[in-house]
Design a protein. Structure first.
Lengths: 173, 308
């Protein structure tokens, strides 16, 4: 077995050594565009600091902007703005920095579907009770939830993003 | 000459000290000479100044408003503004603080991770032990393999042996440096500030600049019951701090710090946190920019028109 491997490597080395190398200029020209500079030509350009404002107009903002006020909600994309007045409830659900509701649909490592609601201020158990009642008709069994008070989040078994989104939009979050 | 003088002095000092000690030891009511006895116990007989802090009504003039937008359910925090020059607190002016900085959810796990990072990232473990190769002896076989009746050994450097090499020991300088995510660092700072505010340990002062003829801060500290507590004074970068620096130089309980050096560990280490009014605007802008920025800002380019 060892001898066989040695023989193989010998053959590979021999083929590499015997290969003819192409000249340098051919290798570069085959896949790279050739740049030709004439040092005698003068580069002509003008400097204008005033015209830079046209560049600044195109540049994007570094911060996420506030959304404009629409006439009708929901917008064609399905987005709804939070209500002007804070809803009179024991809990409050904040928006994310992208002005969306903080709901995630994901799967646990073994493929268990899970929905997470986070950024919950106030009485988290009251919201958990309402979400349970919301999901119960679409399930065969009693809904399984987990409340994490430290991270201010609720984890629900199954994918229920759309139902919870509609529910929270109606409340005014 | 100096040596001779010193020797004489030492002799003079030594001899009577021994004599005095022996005299005291023999007497009935013995008091060691290094014991310091004060007139009163500062902990038991502490003089506290009781003052009633009035509520901040809407008529009170506000020295500083929040510049950044405040999310809906929260309202700006109102605090009385203090001044280092006033001996007695004058409740005349208030300050608004942003709730995203001074009223966050206190996550103790994040705070702990930040404190642990601050303690660990700068430490280097220099402990080092020799392996069996580095002992510098024991190349010889101690006794023959067979015939002696003893256990078989090829070298005296084996880790089984007394004074042998150490296996799996500490090796060389080992840095315990690691990086935390900047978002978590920021969150930890906000939590620390929130805790200071909740525990009533946050004081906002008008400015860190004091007049040159000010001799000490005892009057200020005594009227606010701060004489026993440690203070951290954070000032703006543009403020002139030579006078307050000279005042604070010889005190053990007060520390100065510029705004860019504000960190979680120092905030928790001190009892009270004094923030200058001038740092609040900049702090608010930086924090809120970090909270509302695009996450892909750094790469692949940073050509944005409002980059701070």
């Amino acid at each position: 077995m060892k001898v066989h491997k040695l023989f193989q490597t010998y053959q590979v080395c021999r083929s590499l050594m015997s290969r003819q190398k192409p000249p340098l200029h051919q290798t570069t020209s085959s896949y790279l565009p050739q740049l030709r500079y004439n040092t005698t030509d003068q580069v002509r350009y003008t400097v204008s600091h005033e015209a830079y404002k046209h560049v600044e107009d195109i540049l994007p903002p570094s911060r996420i902007p506030q959304p404009p006020k629409h006439e009708v909600y929901p917008t064609p994309s399905g987005w709804v703005a939070p209500a002007d007045e804070v809803p009179d409830l024991p809990y409050f659900v904040k928006r994310t920095k992208y002005h969306l509701l903080p709901i995630i649909e994901k799967e646990k490592p073994k493929g268990q579907p899970v929905t997470v609601v986070y950024y919950i201020d106030g009485d988290i158990w009251a919201l958990e009770k309402e979400l349970k009642d919301l999901i119960r008709p679409s399930l065969e069994f009693d809904p399984a939830t987990r409340v994490h008070e430290v991270t201010q989040s609720i984890i629900l078994k199954g994918h229920h993003e759309n139902v919870i989104q509609e529910f929270l939009y109606e409340k005014g979050f | 000459k100096m040596r001779i003088n010193l020797a004489i002095l030492l002799n003079i000092v030594k001899k009577p000290a021994q004599r005095i000690y022996s005299q005291h030891a023999q007497s009935d009511n013995f008091i060691p000479p290094n014991l310091v006895i004060t007139g009163f116990n500062p902990i038991l007989n502490k003089e506290t100044v009781v003052t009633e802090v009035p509520d901040i009504t809407e008529d009170v003039p506000v020295a500083r408003f929040c510049s950044e937008k405040i999310p809906k359910p929260k309202v700006p925090i109102k605090l009385w503004m203090d001044n280092l020059m006033n001996e007695t607190p004058q409740y005349s002016c208030a300050v608004h603080l942003h709730p995203m900085i001074f009223d966050t959810h206190p996550r103790m796990d994040i705070l702990h991770s930040v404190v642990r990072w601050q303690q660990q990232y700068r430490e280097v473990d220099y402990s080092w032990s020799r392996t069996r190769d580095e002992m510098g002896r024991g190349k010889k076989k101690p006794w023959p393999q067979k015939g002696t009746g003893r256990a078989r050994h090829g070298s005296t450097n084996s880790p089984l042996w007394l004074k042998g090499g150490i296996s799996h020991g500490p090796r060389g300088p080992r840095a315990s440096f690691y990086e935390l995510q900047p978002n978590i660092l920021l969150e930890g700072l906000l939590i620390a500030l929130t805790i200071k505010h909740i525990q009533n340990d946050l004081i906002i002062i008008e400015s860190a600049e004091v007049p040159e003829d000010m001799m000490n801060l005892d009057g200020y500290l005594q009227s606010r019951n701060l004489i026993d507590s440690s203070l951290l004074l954070v000032h703006g970068e543009e403020e002139n701090t030579t006078n307050i620096g000279n005042l604070v130089e010889n005190t053990s309980s007060i520390n100065l710090m510029p705004q860019f050096a504000l960190n979680v560990y120092s905030i928790l280490k001190h009892d009270k946190l004094l923030l200058s009014k001038h740092i609040l605007d900049d702090l608010e802008l930086k924090v809120m920019w970090q909270k509302t920025r695009y996450p892909w800002l750094g790469s692949p380019h940073n050509f944005y028109h409002d980059m701070p």
